[in-house]
Design a binder for this molecule. Structure first.
Ligand code: FE2
Length: 423
């Protein structure tokens, strides 16, 4: 007896009319026309069933704080950091937990079941660390939360930050973070990359740094990050987030840099909603987009994911945990409009970030966790086009969220009575 049988699914790889059999929280069979009794059946009716969305870059300690204690009037990165500085002393653990749990509700409803969140460790009380460690345990039954120890004000620049970061890791934070371009000098930025990679190597942890989140083409900390990855043998465990300076770098230099990143097995996360709104702020016209060179990184075989970064916080007033909105923006900013490129944008919010996070049992093969999302779309490209409704979200074989199909009724002479925006 199966716990759940999904019928007539289309899969992201294009296979159609596929059934998915689930028992004890795992997928046991993926094949056409599975004939087995099941406690519950879900008819996908030819629509797309995908593994869950994954967000490789988020800030859950700041999310949903929009308007506290005031809004970011200019919308710039620097006013955002200043605003976060004003908010930090006012934070309480209960308030961080409450907002994070509310965000996770949104995430689940949108089929987003794994998030890597940075947590600021520059407050000696480590209030946000304690809060998000508690949230990680609270949400574990329905969402995988991976935490990065993030020294927002610079691990060398902020007094006590290295000690706080080590304490956060001792408390169980999963990943080592950093922000080399925010240190006082380029040399200190490179020093911070070295010392943080060594810390990760000693502890056997992954690394995820905010790296070169600037329009300055001379910000080349990604080079040091790749070199340190090679030196310390951290291949496959290191990610560079943002990498926006690469947008503005000299092409000759980039032709040397990208092969180095590929050789080191360093992955990249672009944050299109944030990069397109925060970079290029010192430009008049033409205004740079600021997002890193996604198609060129992908062409070199580098794993590139799209992250949400912010939702309703000091840096970004919008967002709703919708990774299809993130993919939609990334596709446009990177001009990834070819058929294969659009599919890569879907992978950038599903399978690629799952690999970057090192998620176990992710996918739609037998043996994987029975975690998946039924979308009101027939393929990944249509899913991005429509920011498709998540008809059903399944975790470990149980439906944990549902949304009614998006269909508009029409009252027009000689026209159909409804439309779901599909041809
Ligand atoms: Fe970030």
């Amino acid at each position: 007896m199966l716990d759940l049988l999904v019928t007539h699914a289309t899969l992201p790889d294009g296979r159609r009319d596929i059934d998915i059999a689930v028992r004890d929280g795992r997928i046991v069979e993926v094949a056409p026309a599975i004939a087995a009794p099941a406690a519950r059946t879900l008819d996908a009716a030819g629509q797309l069933v995908t593994p869950p969305f994954v967000d490789a870059h988020f800030h859950m300690d700041a999310t949903l704080s929009y308007g506290l204690p005031r809004v970011n009037a200019s919308g710039t990165l620097l006013e955002g950091i200043a605003l976060w500085g004003e908010l930090k002393p006012l934070l309480t653990q209960d308030a961080i937990v409450e907002r994070a749990l509310a965000y996770c509700d949104w995430a689940v409803a949108k089929g987003l079941l794994a998030i890597r969140s940075h947590v600021d460790v520059c407050d000696a009380r480590l209030l946000a660390v304690e809060a998000l460690l508690a949230v990680r345990e609270r949400v574990r039954p329905y969402l995988d939360l991976q935490l990065v120890a993030f020294p927002q004000d610079g691990v060398l620049r902020a007094p006590g930050a290295l000690d706080n970061l080590r304490r956060a890791l001792d408390m169980g934070v999963d990943v080592v973070g950093g922000i080399p371009h925010f240190e006082r000098t380029m040399a200190q930025g490179a020093d911070s990359v070295r010392l943080l990679c060594e810390e990760a190597a000693r502890r056997g942890l992954r690394v995820d740094m905010h790296c070169d989140e600037t329009d300055d083409p001379a910000s080349r900390h990604i080079e040091t990050l790749a070199a340190e990855t090679l030196r310390l043998g951290l291949h496959g465990r290191v990610n560079g987030s943002h990498l926006t300076s690469m947008h503005s770098m000299d092409n000759y230099y980039v032709s040397k840099l990208i092969p180095l990143i590929a050789e080191a097995g360093v992955s990249a996360v672009a944050n299109p909603l944030i990069n397109i709104t925060i970079q290029g702020r010192h430009d008049s016209y033409p205004k740079r987009r600021g997002m890193t060179r996604v198609p060129e990184l992908l062409a070199a075989g580098i794993d590139v994911a799209f992250g949400h970064d912010c939702v309703m916080d000091p840096w970004y007033s919008l967002g709703s945990a919708d990774m299809l909105e993130v993919a939609h923006m990334g596709l446009h900013v990177a001009q990834m409009t070819g058929v294969d490129a659009m599919r890569q944008c879907f992978a950038a919010v599903t399978s690629t970030p799952a690999k970057i996070l090192g998620l176990e049992g992710y996918g739609l093969e037998p043996g994987c966790h029975a975690d998946f999302v039924l979308l009101q779309a027939r393929d990944p490209i249509e899913a991005i086009r429509l920011r498709a409704t998540r008809l059903a979200v399944v975790r470990r074989g149980k439906v944990i969220a549902q949304t009614p199909a998006a269909t508009a009724t029409l009252e027009l002479p000689g026209r159909p009575a409804s439309t779901a925006f599909m041809r």
